[in-house]
Design a protein around this ligand. Structure first.
Ligand SMILES: [Zn+2]
Length: 249
């Protein structure tokens, strides 16, 4: 493999070292921790975090990294992937045994599909006065839930995002737990949610946007009861709810 990086602030090593540590390596596997993607190259692991609008593009041939294609990898067999718009994210290199020490990974709460994510865990984590939406967005409580999915989870669970989390009943916590696994599981299967121009490296868009029940659907009828979906602001984020199904918070 051949590799290059354009912006030094995108990675945690010198650009020459980035090249040197990846050259000749093979991709042995991929993984995910919360919203962080892991690329396993044997004695070095790529820790990649995309923020808004970061993406992977497939290029026709090797191109020197530049302002747009911030990091470029060419695999054996000729596949060239460019990690674009990385000024909003990063591509760090870590030793395999030290990935858990990465500042963002070490603070992550359990993955929704791990055995540690139980209704009991969630009840304890949510036993605070803050809004349930704010807490579900907190990556140290659950790894991997973003704004779109929190709104969909809380709609499925019939809980208003602005509810004080410590007022939730055990039944509501169980409903949030089940909806988190269900909705994230289906979203991953459908390759995520695509708005505007996002495509993955193979030109595919996600398909989960067709399954969204409330997110970006202000003014449309609630698919459960027919009341009008409204947009508000909770935890500093645009928030979509059905006032009839989810109450007023
Ligand atoms: Zn409704």
């Amino acid at each position: 493999m051949r590799a290059g990086v354009f912006r030094p602030d995108v990675t945690n090593v010198e650009p020459e070292q980035f090249e040197r540590r990846l050259v000749g390596k093979k991709l042995r596997g991929t993984g995910r921790r919360g919203k962080i993607t892991l690329l396993d190259f044997g004695d070095v692991v790529g820790v990649i975090h995309f923020l808004i609008s970061g993406r992977v593009l497939r290029l026709r041939a090797w191109t020197e990294p530049d302002r747009i294609n911030t990091a470029v990898l060419e695999f054996e067999g000729g596949l060239v992937l460019a990690f674009t718009r990385l000024w909003l994210g990063y591509f760090h290199l870590y030793e395999p045994g030290r990935v858990a020490e990465h500042p963002l990974i070490s603070r992550l709460g359990p993955d929704p599909f791990s055995d540690d994510f139980t209704p009991e865990y969630l009840a304890k984590a949510l036993n605070r006065k803050a809004s349930v939406k704010g807490l579900l967005l907190d990556q140290s409580i659950i790894a991997g839930l973003g704004n779109i999915y929190v709104d969909e989870v809380l709609f499925a669970a019939c809980v208003h995002p602005a509810r004080k989390a410590n007022t939730l009943s055990p039944g509501e916590i169980e409903a949030i737990h089940a909806a988190t696994r269900d909705i994230l599981g289906r979203a991953i299967e459908l390759r995520g949610t695509t708005f505007d121009s996002y495509h993955d490296a193979f030109g595919e868009t996600g398909k989960f946007q067709h399954q969204l029940k409330v997110f970006t659907r202000a003014g449309e009828p609630c698919p459960r009861c027919g009341a009008e979906i409204v947009k508000s602001r909770v935890a500093g984020r645009g928030t979509y709810t059905c006032p009839a199904c989810q109450g007023a918070g």
